[in-house]
Structures are given as C-alpha cells and as structure tokens.
Design a binder for this molecule. Structure first.
Ligand SMILES: [Zn+2]
Length: 488
C-alpha cells in the first residue's frame, strides 16, 4: 500500500514508472545457505541428509544469489548421470535471464520489519527473533530487498518473508495435520503395548529419540520402573501412547531404509494437550528444529474438541504423519511455499498408508458427523481419482496432497508386482533429490532418479505416465523418462 501511495505522489511531479530496472545477473553458489537456528542447541545440521541408500547419481545443490545476497528460498540441483548426460532439477534456472532489479533498492532496518510482523501477528513478547537479508522474487521476476524472518513466541512460531510493511509470505513454520473430505470406509485402531529399551531412565517418557511433554499443565507421565502401561482412561495414557506410536513409526522407517534415520536430528519433543493460536485444539503440527525456541524439532498435538476432531494424542496415524514430516523435511524445507507443502502432505500421508496398509488416515480422530472428516472415519484418503486438472480442485495443500499420496499408492500397486524392492523405498530415496523449495515437476524428477538408483530406471516411464494421468502432463512434458533408464 505504501508503494502505491508513493507512486501516486511521484506521478504528480515526474510521472510514475520512471524507476530504472536493470537485468539482474544472478550467481549460483554451492550448498544451502545457513539456516538460522534460534534455539540453544543445534539439533540438526541445515543440510543433513536422510541416511538412505546413497544416491548413485552425483548431485550438487546450490542457491541463487545477487550481489552476494541470496534469493529467498530458491534452489537448484545439477546431476551427472553415468550416461554422461547432465540433468537439472529446479524451476528458476530457465528464468534467470529474465530477472530484473531496481538498482536503487535499499533494505529497511531489520528491526522495523520484525516489529511490524510481530505487531500484525499479535505477538507481545518474542522468545527469539532472526532476520536475514534475501531478495524476494516477485511473480513478475523482479528482485526486491527483503528479510527471511523467524519469530518464536511462547505459543507459536512465525516464519515470513517481508520488507518494510509488506509481508510477501507468512506461515507457522510447520506442517499441520489438516482436514479434508472424501468418501471412504474407515477402521478403528486398537490398543497395544510396546516394549522398548529407548527410555533414558529419568522416570519420564524420555529417550534418545523422543521426549513427551504436556502443554496445558497436565502432569507428565511418570514411572519408576520404566513401565508406562496405563489404562485407556488414565490421564497418562495419551502420553505413553504418543511415545509408543512415535517409536513404532521411527522403527518402520529404520527397517525401510536399513539405516537409522538421520539420528543427529533427535530427540524430537512431542508436546501433547497443545492449544494452538486462536484457541483451536483441532490440530497437530510438526515444527522443524530451526523454528523452535529449544532448537529441537517438535510435534505439537491438540486434544480435539470432541465435535470436529478427537483422540489426536492417541491415534497412531497422527503421530506417524507428523514424524513423516520430520523425514521429508530432510529434503523439503519451505513451509510457506504452496507446492512444497502439497508435496510434504502427500508424502507424509503416503508413508502412513504404506505403514498401515490402508489408505485411510487417522481412523480414530473423527467424531460421528464431523464435517472435517471423510465419513465415516478418515481424516484423508489415498484411495481417490483426483487430478491436478480437476475443475473443482481444492485449494488446500492437504487436499491436493491426496493426489500425490493416491498417485504413489497406484504406482506401488503397479510396480510391486514386478520388483522385489518395495516402491516405498524409492519414494523415501527420492527425498534426497528434492529441493528445499520443490515444485510438483521436481518431485516427479526425484522419483525417476530414485528409481534409477534402485531399479536401474525400469519404472521411470511408469512414474512419468502416472503423473500424466494425475494431470501433470503439461508440467512435465520437458522431461524425458527414457533418460532416467540406466545404460544396459
Ligand atoms: Zn501434515
């Protein structure tokens, strides 16, 4: 708004639009830019990888910068295939010649920007604030001076790209459980008992992988003998249940990859009975380490109000889905970018469906008649025929994520009849090829590359065709699936 009024004032004197915009010569610099860590402890290296079967194609990630200041959130990846041909992942590379910048651009004081965002968001006292210069790339391909801002207050995290009093992107810096409607039959989860040696002996539900807290004053579950076998009506049951479900999902990923999942990023704090900003309890969220005050990744879980949602702390799929975000976050890190979130949600749901063997998410969280669920019992479903070119395509990232999870389930059905290697391993390996800000075509490319690593590219053209069937044809027509088949 401020820019518009300045322009109107200037027009009276010299006419508007006289500012000089030059072509911006953008540099490529290797690696990720430093991700600010707000907390006391750096739990995860910014570019830590998923410890999967190592990618066979040489690959280098880089960020773009202009005058040594990074372009906010944009990355690319080059690959050298053994066939000698080079491949590229990323959607900015082809546009580099069109970027412009007003050479008179100046950065406002970072404090002005962070104070404005805090004020707009109603934050009274921040625990930690960081603001790093970057160029915001507008849809018109102009570079504007901006800051990558993270604010952690005691009840929330805010992640924004902003300049002066303009906020270009803003979000929670995490991934929510979300809700969406689609028809499918559900199943009810059952109660089981987990034996584990992962506890640290403190008497709390704490260990090298996870630690459980409560965020509403509820006492923490305690046991002097390591036995947290509480009845379902015990107030400590949700805590024990969440810990067990998190361990089970980690164990599943470990077996899937035959290596530990990136152990440098543990432990993860699981905070139950959380009340989200605005008073909502109908949510769960994964918050990466760089966006928390403690420097440890967090899974926040509300109780549900019993009308829209319920049992969020005890449902196995809720914790499993949020933990899957932790795994996907090793590759995709942009919490404000729509397609990155679609990919995150789609992959997180798909991993849960793969583990449970059914395409219904979170069977126990839906009270009868809830509008947030696919009746009778699913929060979301991977059994659907939705497409990205549907006329009434939902604008929710969780909704669109269902197209990804369904496409991957279809591929698993097709490929597993012909291969010993479970397709879910290919999906997990594709995370290594994704970019911090990934687009849908990047995901398809990453899947074909992972298939190349694990199956010599046998199924690259099946992956391509399935993406076409889900409405991505126009987006990926520049890709040639045959290039991903390894040389015989
Ligand atoms: Zn999610």
């Amino acid at each position: 708004m401020k820019l518009v009024s300045l322009c109107v004032a200037a027009m009276l004197i010299v006419g508007c639009g006289t500012e000089k915009k030059n072509k911006a010569d953008v540099d490529r610099q290797p690696g990720l830019i430093g991700v600010p860590t707000l907390g006391v402890r750096n739990a995860c290296a910014a570019n830590s990888r998923l410890a999967l079967s190592s990618p066979k194609s040489e690959s280098e990630i880089y960020h773009y910068s202009y005058k040594n200041v990074p372009i906010c959130s944009w990355y690319g990846r080059t690959l050298n295939l053994d066939s000698g041909s080079g491949l590229f992942i990323g959607q900015l590379e082809g546009k580099l010649g069109s970027l412009v910048v007003d050479e008179a651009s100046e950065w406002p004081e970072s404090q002005v920007v962070t104070s404005f965002i805090a004020g707009e968001s109603g934050v009274l006292k921040a625990d930690a604030v960081s603001a790093d210069r970057c160029w915001y790339l507008t849809p018109e391909l102009e570079l504007l001076p901006a800051y990558d801002v993270t604010i952690v207050a005691d009840d929330r995290t805010i992640k924004a790209v902003a300049s002066g009093d303009q906020i270009f992107e803003i979000g929670s810096g995490g991934f929510d459980i979300g809700r969406i409607s689609y028809q499918l039959e559900g199943q009810i989860g059952s109660v089981a008992f987990l034996e584990t040696d992962s506890l640290d002996g403190s008497g709390f539900l704490a260990g090298k992988n996870f630690e459980v807290f409560t965020n509403n004053g509820t006492e923490r579950a305690v046991s002097t003998n390591g036995n947290f076998d509480f009845g379902k009506s015990d107030f400590q049951f949700p805590q024990a249940s969440a810990y067990a479900n998190a361990e089970l999902m980690l164990d599943w990923f470990d077996k899937l990859t035959s290596k530990a999942v990136d152990t440098e990023c543990f432990p993860i704090d699981i905070k139950l009975h959380h009340v989200f900003v605005g008073g909502t309890v109908n949510n769960a969220r994964y918050q990466p380490d760089v966006n928390t005050a403690t420097g440890r990744p967090e899974i926040l879980v509300g109780d549900g109000d019993g009308v829209r949602l319920t049992n969020l702390g005890t449902d196995p799929d809720v914790i499993a889905h949020e933990f899957a975000h932790h795994v996907v976050y090793r590759g995709v890190k942009d919490t404000n970018h729509f397609e990155s979130v679609v990919i995150h949600e789609g992959l997180a749901d798909y991993f849960v469906y793969s583990k449970t063997g059914n395409a219904c998410l979170a069977e126990t969280v839906c009270p009868l008649g809830s509008f947030d669920c696919i009746q009778p019992r699913c929060l979301r479903t991977g059994a659907n025929s939705m497409s990205f070119v549907d006329q009434n395509l939902t604008s929710s990232p969780h909704g669109q994520g269902q197209i990804i999870s369904a496409m991957l389930l279809d591929l698993a059905n097709l490929i597993e009849s012909q291969s010993e290697i479970p397709f879910v391993s290919t999906v997990a390996a594709s995370i290594n090829y994704l970019l911090p800000r990934s687009h849908l075509e990047d995901l398809i490319q990453a899947l074909m590359l992972a298939d190349r690593d694990l199956n010599a590219g046998r199924f690259a053209c099946d992956i391509y065709q399935m993406a076409v069937d889900r409405g991505l044809g126009a987006r990926i027509q520049h890709l040639k699936c045959a290039e991903y088949e390894a040389q015989k």
